[in-house]
Design a binder for this molecule. Structure first.
Ligand SMILES: Cc1cc2nc3c(=O)[nH]c(=O)nc-3n(C[C@H](O)[C@H](O)[C@H](O)COP(=O)(O)O)c2cc1C
Length: 174
């Protein structure tokens, strides 16, 4: 209940030991037939992260959010799903949820990010060499497509919970 999306981070990264624990929690998520129909890429190198931001801005000149879509997170995890398995998006969502909650249990904040998927996988200018380089570096296997990203880092803000609509659930009687 205390987890919130973090969009302001302290200028320190998350250690590899902690990231390993977050990744382990992720891959231990429930998943269809234990196919583990995900691929995960972790970028914690600040130089590489900057070059990805530059490439997103270059390939998406019409969107001023392209460069800032990681929301200042010092670590970004890119997740791809298996396009040949219908439940793979669910697998990837559960993987992401496990990572986000395990991170928070260790004091690491996060933000789930859909927008970088568009900026990298379907950019305004698909012929942009810089974004092609990013796609190659991430190197997802054939048949896998990026579906979601997660930014991780130590929170430098404490946002309030956004309202939730409780009429979205109900108990079904008899
Ligand atoms: C599939 C998905 C995509 C999202 N994409 C973005 C995004 O691109 N940028 C962003 O700042 N937040 C993004 N979010 C975070 C949501 O805005 C946030 O979870 C929601 O407003 C509820 O707020 P809370 O996480 O603080 O409870 C995304 C969340 C999900 C689940």
């Amino acid at each position: 209940m205390s987890r919130r999306s973090i969009r302001k981070y302290k200028a320190v990264t998350v250690g590899r030991d902690t990231l390993e624990q977050i990744l382990q929690a992720g891959i231990n998520a429930p998943n269809g037939m234990n196919k583990q129909s995900w691929e995960i890429r972790v970028v914690d190198n600040p130089v590489l992260l900057e070059s990805i931001k530059d490439a997103m801005a270059e390939a998406n000149p019409g969107n001023r959010m392209a460069r800032d879509c990681f929301r200042g997170a010092p670590v970004v995890v890119f997740i791809a799903n298996d396009t040949n398995y219908d439940f793979s998006p669910i697998d990837c969502g559960l993987l992401a949820g496990n990572m986000i909650l395990s991170a928070w249990s260790m004091g690491v904040g996060s933000v789930c990010l859909g927008s970088p998927v568009r900026f990298i996988a379907s950019p305004e200018d698909p012929s942009c060499a810089a974004i092609k380089t990013v796609q190659q570096k991430l190197g997802f296997s054939n048949g896998y497509e990026m579906i979601i990203c997660i930014g991780f880092g130590y929170a430098d803000e404490s946002p309030k919970a956004k309202p939730r609509n409780e009429s979205k659930y109900r108990f079904v009687e008899l």
